[in-house]
Ligand binder design. Structure first.
Ligand code: PRX
Length: 668
């Protein structure tokens, strides 16, 4: 297994003690950490480290009691008989219980004052704006749920959702959840083949899409892409099209339906179906280290609990807050922290359609000022872009409404953390660096903003009920400050239930590296305060701008080009996107090497997978470094791409002359 790990960033103490000159004082716990602001702690749900420690200790002493207590805060049509049924690696939570997450997100609030509270506040990229109260959102969801039913879509059917960031995307998934249909959202930036693969894998019966989506002032023609995919999607009986941009599209009478026409005739009442706690809620595809994306499978009750509790504890949302998570609902962050977590908490969730730099690089800051946003959750890659664009952009706006900032997706560089803290947070907002994964369903490690002193670059401590560890391959816990594999030792409610249709791969990928533990694929270090520092992936997954991309996926896209014989893809550090893709490519005989071909190959990958997967560099080479058994030695390619004169251990390399040739490959 190739290791792509960086050394842990050493954090200097925030302020050197003036008294520490002569005799070095013993290290104090949390030295150099940023304590939570007293004003924040006063009102927070968890107010001190002591409270956190107590809550955590109780939660791990008797996890089932802890989780059952949280579950009781939500609505169940039928109580559960057993909290957890665990037959490694298969978990069932709240066995025998029946609930519905759409009910908990909507109906539960309708008999309270929240009925007329804003549930979703939406800003379109062109500057248009909509607000849906809980009552209005409920009605829209009911209408669409009835529309789905009218097409014969029901419990257990899979529905692919390929839309831009419009409120109807949230409506679509809540409507599926309401009737027990299983949604699978496909990121709107993906191309035809990505749709075909996913729709085929989950055997979707319908696709919900838009005519187009606004992105940087242009229309992304989503429906055209679906049209291209359709001939290869034999399971799809219906395509429902929401009209967003008014761009010209073709409607095929045999399977296409306009959203507005279906909903015009639909009743605005649709009782939520009581569903077993373990009823499938959604499938979301994520990259793996082999070519085929993994359909991560989440179920109803446990996922609901995880997103509900973490939104409440980590974002400490209050009823008066405007909460904004900038992710796309095409990724798990958008599922959990734009839709399900905030709505289960009765929060006001802001949703923005477009790019952060359209029409200018201050779009996010203007949105914060316009809606008086209080809680802001974004990704390190976005923060690095903001830093690059310059402080003048946020300085133009009143950001004083902000009280809490969050990050997710990859390790945040301490420099970027400090910039975020001072320029955006005005030094008064705590930052929650939240570590989790598509597979974990909800946040696993994060500061609690009123309790945890933060250290830039660390996601700090596990949340109540979560039991991570850093271990050797044999499962031995590593001592403080030693790097190891990040695992989770005990099941948790929002954990993935499997890889759709592939229990063997589920076991292989997550449960066979370290016996008895869920293996995250990440390397990490725990410091002397018990704080976790995520180092990065230890498998062949590259995180580009916060998006997981499997090396094998990009490689097979390259090899599908007529000129390519073989390809090996690696990630190199990139100032803006965290990592960028470099592809080493060997050509078939007769192919013409040159800048033109490199450009074509880049475009080809963008076309096959989507623009996020486009390599930054293509390096054409005569051969690739391989072991005697034929395995490509990616770590040598990493050393070469980093320009290292000395590469790592080459004892298993079959042909040494390859290295010299590879060094000659052209970066341009
Ligand atoms: O490597 C970790 C990194 O993102 C991976 C999960 O990616 P994905 O499933 O796409 O989910 C992203 C949004 C939850 C992890 O295995 N990662 C995520 N959050 C952090 C992080 N690395 C360091 N710090 C984080 N806060």
């Amino acid at each position: 297994m190739a290791k792509a790990v960086k050394s842990r960033r050493k954090e200097p103490a925030q302020k050197a003690s003036a008294t520490s000159k002569k005799k070095p004082a013993a290290r104090k716990p949390f030295e150099g950490a940023y304590p939570p602001p007293a004003e924040f702690s006063k009102l927070a749900r968890v107010k001190s480290m002591r409270e956190y420690e107590k809550l955590y200790a109780e939660s791990v002493k008797n996890p089932e009691k802890f989780w059952a207590g949280i579950a009781k805060e939500l609505h169940w049509f039928k109580p559960w008989k057993k909290v957890l049924e665990w037959k490694e690696p298969f978990a069932q939570w709240f066995v025998g219980g029946q609930t519905n997450i759409s009910y908990n997100c909507l109906d539960r609030h309708l008999n309270t004052w929240r009925r007329n509270k804003a549930a979703i506040v939406w800003e379109g990229e062109p500057g248009d704006s909509r607000t849906l109260t809980y009552d209005q959102l409920h009605r829209e969801v009911c209408k669409f749920a009835n529309a789905l039913k009218s097409l014969g879509i029901g419990k257990g059917d899979r529905v692919a959702v390929y839309m831009g960031m419009v409120p109807e995307l949230a409506v679509a998934i809540l409507a599926c959840a309401r009737i027990g249909a299983v949604h699978s959202v496909i990121f709107g930036g993906f191309s035809t083949n990505a749709i075909v693969d996913r729709v085929h894998d989950c055997q979707a019966k319908a696709i919900v899409t838009c005519d187009g989506a606004w992105r940087r002032g242009k229309v992304v023609p989503l429906k055209d892409t679906v049209d291209e995919a359709m001939p290869k999607c034999p399971t799809v009986e219906h395509v429902i099209v929401y009209k967003r941009c008014g761009n010209e599209i073709k409607m095929h009478s045999d399977h296409d339906h306009w959203w507005h026409e279906l909903c015009a005739g639909a009743a605005d009442e649709c009782p939520a179906t009581p569903l077993d706690s373990e009823h499938s809620l959604f499938i979301l595809y994520t990259s793996g280290s082999t070519g085929k994306p993994k359909g991560i499978h989440h179920t109803t009750g446990g996922y609901m609990l995880g997103t509900y509790l973490t939104t409440k504890l980590v974002f400490d949302v209050r009823d008066t807050d405007v909460y904004w998570c900038t992710a796309d609902i095409g990724w798990v962050t958008g599922h959990s922290y734009i839709v399900y977590g905030p709505l289960c908490n009765g929060a006001t969730s802001l949703m923005y359609e477009g790019a952060p730099n359209h029409p200018d690089p201050d779009r996010f800051w203007s949105i914060i000022q316009k809606y008086r946003v209080n809680v802001f959750y974004t990704a390190p890659t976005a923060i690095r872009a903001f830093i690059k664009w310059g402080e003048q952009w946020p300085r133009r706006h009143d950001l004083s409404s902000l009280r809490l900032l969050g990050t997710v997706g990859e390790p945040i560089n301490p420099e970027a953390w400090r910039w975020y803290h001072s320029v955006i947070g005005g030094k008064r907002c705590p930052i929650v660096d939240t570590w989790w994964q598509t597979e974990t369903g909800s946040i696993m490690m994060s500061p609690l903003p009123g309790a945890t002193p933060t250290k830039p670059g660390s996601c700090t401590r596990p949340l109540p009920g979560i039991q991570p560890d850093i271990v050797t391959k044999e499962g031995q816990s590593k001592p403080a400050n030693e790097q190891g594999l990040l695992v989770v030792r005990k099941p948790w409610p929002s954990m993935l239930r499997g890889i759709w249709g592939d229990p063997k791969r589920f076991k292989d990928v997550y449960w066979s590296t370290v016996k008895g533990c869920y293996f995250t694929g990440d390397g990490a270090v725990r410091d002397e305060d018990g704080y976790y520092w995520i180092i990065g992936r230890v498998d062949d997954v590259i995180i580009v701008a916060g998006h997981n991309l499997g090396t094998a996926e990009v490689e097979s896209a390259l090899v599908s080009h007529a000129s390519v014989a073989e390809a090996a893809v690696i990630g190199i550090p990139d100032e803006l996107t965290g990592h960028a893709i470099v592809a080493f490519v060997t050509l078939k005989d007769g192919a013409q090497p040159g800048a033109d071909l490199k450009q074509k190959l880049m475009e080809h990958v963008a076309h096959e997978i989507g623009p996020i997967a486009k390599p930054k560099q293509i390096r054409l080479t005569g051969s690739l470094p391989k072991t005697r058994s034929g395995k490509i030695m990616r770590r040598l390619l990493r050393d070469i791409a980093a320009g290292k004169a000395q590469v790592g251990d080459t004892t298993t390399l079959e042909d040494y002359s390859v290295l010299a040739k590879l060094r000659e490959t052209d970066e341009s």
